[in-house]
Design a protein around this ligand. Structure first.
Ligand SMILES: [Zn+2]
Length: 500
């Protein structure tokens, strides 16, 4: 089945930080899991490059907006392979193919009668590139997200008749209780709709850094509509000569941060309805990463976790594992270097890494490097029953933290199994040969199963380990525990997570 998943696109007025890495890693984990299940996955990420904040940031540095966008887009693009992100395409909203398709879609919205010209006056946050409604403004006219002063803006704009989609959006939410997940964000979006929708600006007149409005070239589209459309436009040109729109639209999952909830769960589906396009199936909303002190990360508080520092010290897989493990998906969570070190040492090195080394070392020592073609322990097998199916169900709801916990319980179970069976004692007694065969076969099988399931979280380490185990294939059918009787040959494995 086609499966289309996206991250939000990163705004190029800044450079990559932990929040970008977090969203890309989580989305990548879901994409990898779905590929294991045999789905026909397309995974999109990219950069959002138009609008006033980019123009302002560029001018402040004495640059043209395009130059700043090029420079920062390159950094975001370079981050993807560093994080082992398996995206199928990287869109830039300055791609001419994107810009043309934005014009086509919004022209259709205009032709369908959903746009009119009016005057907008309101409180505007230049960092959000968004007007704020009265009830969300903080005391002293501050942006609720950036806590900076809002400016009073008045200009002639084209408006999108969002208000006329009130009823259809209410119906969308009533009929699709998983349209937004987790539930508390569904409720938040729904109550925003129920409080009554106002029309929204679709264009800016004073700005030139954007996609030109085709029916009035003195305007550019408001950056948010240009940006949201990336999810749709990318499919048209990601594979030259092969339009993927029919195959993948609508998206199965949009993964976003909670600060852009309103755009993705209210404006975006309404815009698609106005263009007579199907709306996405699910919007998954994640929380914010906080400093180790539980406060918002900021340079001045000195509580910023630098993803590059974690990667330099512990490796990419350790960063991926740590973020997916320590912060419950969908909630805010505190992160820091100390906690990352603890997870690395106690879980990756001592539990998983050690289990892997011991298993391979014992097979080498006691059975000349060949996994005994014996049956597996039935009692141990019972602890793996239904695991793959449960993990799959959790991924369907993007419960990636909980899925990881379930898998990790089996890593611990396997370490206990080593202690219970004490293969080094069985090896001393020729009469225990069959028991030793079963123990080693069960261990190899257990390690293989947890590794197949851990692939979305730690692709590079799992790859090394499966190769050393002589086990190939990441397919989800292989996530079931059972006797393989393969007689696979193991090869030496460098410590996956060496002591630092
Ligand atoms: Zn703001």
């Amino acid at each position: 089945m086609p499966f289309y998943i996206t991250t939000a696109i990163s705004y190029v007025n800044g450079v990559p930080h932990l929040g970008h890495a977090y969203e890309a890693i989580a989305t990548d984990a879901i994409a990898r899991h779905m590929r294991q299940r045999g789905e026909d996955v397309f995974f999109l990420t990219g950069t959002d490059e138009h609008g006033e904040p980019v123009a302002d940031a560029a001018h402040a540095q004495g640059l043209e907006p395009r130059a700043l966008a090029d420079r920062n887009a390159e950094r975001f693009q370079a981050l993807m392979p560093q994080l082992e992100i398996s995206n199928d395409f990287f869109i830039r909203t300055t791609d001419p193919e994107h810009m043309e398709r934005v014009q086509e879609v919004l022209q259709r919205v205009y032709d369908n009668g959903h746009v009119y010209k009016g005057v907008y006056e309101g409180w505007y946050c230049p960092r959000c590139a968004d007007f704020k409604v009265e009830n969300e403004i903080l005391e002293g006219n501050l942006c609720p997200i950036h806590e900076i002063p809002l400016t009073r803006e008045r200009e002639e704009n084209y408006f999108f008749r969002l208000s006329s989609f009130q009823e259809r959006l209410e119906r969308l939410f009533a009929e699709h209780p998983t349209f937004v997940m987790p539930t508390h964000h569904y409720n938040e979006a729904r109550s925003f709709i129920l409080s009554g929708l106002q029309d929204v600006s679709l264009s800016r007149a004073r700005l030139t850094w954007g996609v030109t409005v085709p029916w009035d070239p003195s305007h550019v589209f408001y950056v948010w509509f240009d940006a949201l459309l990336n999810y749709y436009t990318a499919l048209g040109y990601a594979r030259p000569g092969n339009d993927l729109t029919e195959r993948y639209w609508p998206a199965n999952y949009h993964v976003i941060g909670k600060d852009i909830l309103k755009f993705h769960t209210v404006f975006w589906p309404a815009m698609l309805m106005a263009a007579e396009l199907p709306v996405p199936q699910h919007v998954f909303v994640h929380g914010f990463l906080l400093g180790a002190d539980g406060r918002k990360m900021s340079k001045s508080l000195g509580n910023v976790l630098d993803p590059f520092e974690v990667m330099d010290q512990y490796g990419t897989d350790a960063l991926r594992f740590y973020l997916m493990r320590d912060v419950a998906w969908g909630s805010d969570g505190a992160v820091g270097m100390d906690a990352a070190r603890t997870r690395y040492e106690s879980e990756l090195a001592n539990e998983y890494g050690n289990l892997a080394s011991r298993t391979i070392a014992m097979i080498s020592r006691y059975r000349d490097g060949v996994v005994p073609p014996a049956g597996t322990d039935e009692v141990l097998g019972r602890d793996f029953e239904g695991l793959a199916a449960t993990v799959a169900r959790m991924f369907d709801r993007a419960d990636i933290t909980q899925a990881l916990e379930l898998i990790w319980q089996r890593v611990r179970r396997l370490n206990r199994y080593v202690e219970e069976r004490a293969p080094w004692q069985l090896a001393r007694d020729a009469e225990s040969a069959a028991a030793l065969d079963e123990t080693l076969a069960s261990l190899a099988e257990g390690v293989r199963v947890v590794s197949v399931l851990l692939h979305p979280y730690m692709p590079a380490s799992v790859d090394k380990l499966l190769t050393a185990l002589g086990a190939d294939g990441l397919g989800y059918a292989g996530a079931a525990f059972g006797p393989r009787g393969s007689g696979a040959r193991v090869t030496p494995l460098e410590p996956l997570f060496p002591k630092r």
